[in-house]
Design a protein around this ligand. Structure first.
Ligand SMILES: [Zn+2]
Length: 482
């Protein structure tokens, strides 16, 4: 192994070294997107942090096998398909392809497996049957199957639910049932493994030993992770909001059925705020990638902004942070170019360096590597990149050659998924100052309800190639040519 990688584990609440239990591949599973709408940047923060982990695992030689599921049946997908009068498969295919395009634009590596829930009915039914046999699940009168939380004393060990519950409420667990796919901790109750067919499900049902129905959302991750990674595997990832109930339920289902430890390491990232506020539809701040590229930002700038903070800290995403990402990336490209010129290398040569075998010595970028290897501290790694470049500016290549130093830099950038000099990613032109001032004047006129003036200024901006799009609390200028 090239060097040790340590990471915080939610179960033990401590930083632990990562290693592959089977000695060959580091097997990890990520809860993937639900295919009913475009993923928003909060979803992407989780997937990008996992992508950085995957890349870093490759660099340390842990040969990761990365599985990320696609939820293509649940309350939301069925509701969406029904309301559009589409069949579920066609409806989810559209959103899966949308997600995959966004993921590619954000330079996310494709997981080794991307299983869909509806392609794994057999495994889900088998798991639910096993839990019934073991007395951990029961069939309700309507043909639904529920996990019996009170029969599983370890329930809640990941989120330490019982400790918290004791202090906060007495209405935990047994005696109540919950068949919604998502619920909060106030509703700890027996959860659905299989939901019997309801009229609102339309044609979306599958046969089972308990009659027609569909799996509960939590079941798919247990069934598919077992199917692709085995009864126990190295790491399971997701946003912190999945810790309860989703991951608790996954543990209960798998450990209940197999009697073996499910996952050795739990990796959760903190949530994302937008402009200091919680993301929500009503605030209009549930940005998608298209919203941000529509404002003139490149996917690489979005990626940079979303990975910049420490994954364990909530990240406050702002449009200003996209501006800083833009200047940081420009600075990085410029500084790297100087050294490429000095070494007689082209940009293409540099790109080719971001491939195995990865360095084991990091020269001037040692600090950047330490940041990554130490609990994926991306901001420390980025700081280390700039310090390393500054050292190179001073002619300090460490002990190696300039080419070694550039190989190390390419390795760190690979881990972060930052691709410099990306084709088709010309940085959009910034709005000229005199047009910005026209836009401000227009906004002011609008506030004063001087509609004629506001309209006139809008037309002038338009004639200059900029469209004004108003938001609740401001406006955006969008280049008409892009
Ligand atoms: Zn999951």
């Amino acid at each position: 192994m090239a060097s040790e990688l340590i990471l915080y584990d939610t179960m033990t609440r401590s930083v632990q070294p990562l290693w592959a239990e089977d000695g060959e591949n580091f097997r990890f599973y990520c809860c993937g997107p639900t295919a009913y709408a475009p993923a928003h940047i909060g979803n992407f923060r989780a997937f990008l942090v996992q992508d950085v982990l995957r890349r870093t695992l490759e660099i340390v030689g842990l040969n990761p096998i990365h599985v990320r599921n696609l939820t293509d049946v649940d309350d939301k997908t069925i509701r969406g398909a029904q309301s559009e009068g589409k069949n579920l498969r066609a409806f989810t295919r559209h959103w899966i392809e949308h997600f995959q395009r966004d993921a590619k634009a954000l330079n996310m590596l494709v997981p080794h497996r991307e299983p869909r829930a509806t392609d794994h009915m057999e495994q889900q039914i088998e798991l639910a049957s096993r839990l019934i046999e073991k007395g951990l699940a029961y069939v309700a009168g309507d043909g639904s199957v529920y996990f019996n939380v009170s029969a599983y004393p370890e329930y809640g060990k990941l989120s330490r639910l019982r400790e918290r519950e004791i202090a906060t409420q007495k209405t935990t667990s047994a005696g109540r049932r919950n068949d919604a796919d998502e619920y909060d901790r106030e509703s700890v109750a027996d959860f659905a493994l299989w939901k019997s067919r309801k009229p609102e499900d339309g044609d979306n049902f599958w046969d089972s030993p308990w009659g027609p129905g569909r799996p509960g959302w939590h079941l798919e991750c247990s069934a598919m992770s077992r199917h692709y990674l085995g009864d126990g595997f190295d790491l399971h990832a997701g946003g912190i909001d999945l810790c309860f109930p989703h991951h608790e339920n996954e543990i209960a289902q798998c450990e209940g059925a197999t009697g073996k430890p499910f996952v050795r390491h739990w990796f959760h990232n903190a949530h994302l705020m937008v402009e200091g506020r919680k993301m929500s539809k009503s605030l209009g701040n549930l940005y998608t990638l298209a919203d941000l590229t529509g404002k003139g930002y490149s996917p690489m700038e979005v990626r940079y902004a979303l990975i910049s903070g420490h994954y364990r800290q909530p990240l406050n995403f702002t449009l200003a942070s996209l501006q800083s990402s833009r200047s940081a990336l420009k600075k990085l490209e410029k500084a790297t170019e100087t050294h490429l010129d000095a070494g007689g290398m082209s940009k293409e040569d540099f790109k080719a360096l971001a491939a195995p075998p990865f360095p084991t010595e990091w020269g001037p970028f040692e600090e950047a590597w330490r940041g990554l290897a130490n609990d994926l501290n991306v901001s420390r790694a980025i700081g280390g990149i700039f310090t390393g470049l500054a050292q190179l500016d001073e002619g300090n290549k460490g002990t190696g050659t300039l080419e070694n130093a550039l190989k190390a830099l390419a390795g760190i950038l690979y881990a972060l998924g930052i691709e410099l000099y990306r084709k088709g990613e010309e940085t959009p032109v910034t709005v000229p100052e005199e047009l910005q001032s026209l836009a401000r004047e227009r906004w002011q006129a609008k506030q004063e309800k001087d509609w004629a003036k506001a309209d006139l200024l809008r037309k002038r901006l338009q004639a200059n190639g900029w469209q004004v799009r108003d938001r609740k609390d401001g406006y955006d200028l969008i280049s008409i040519s892009t």
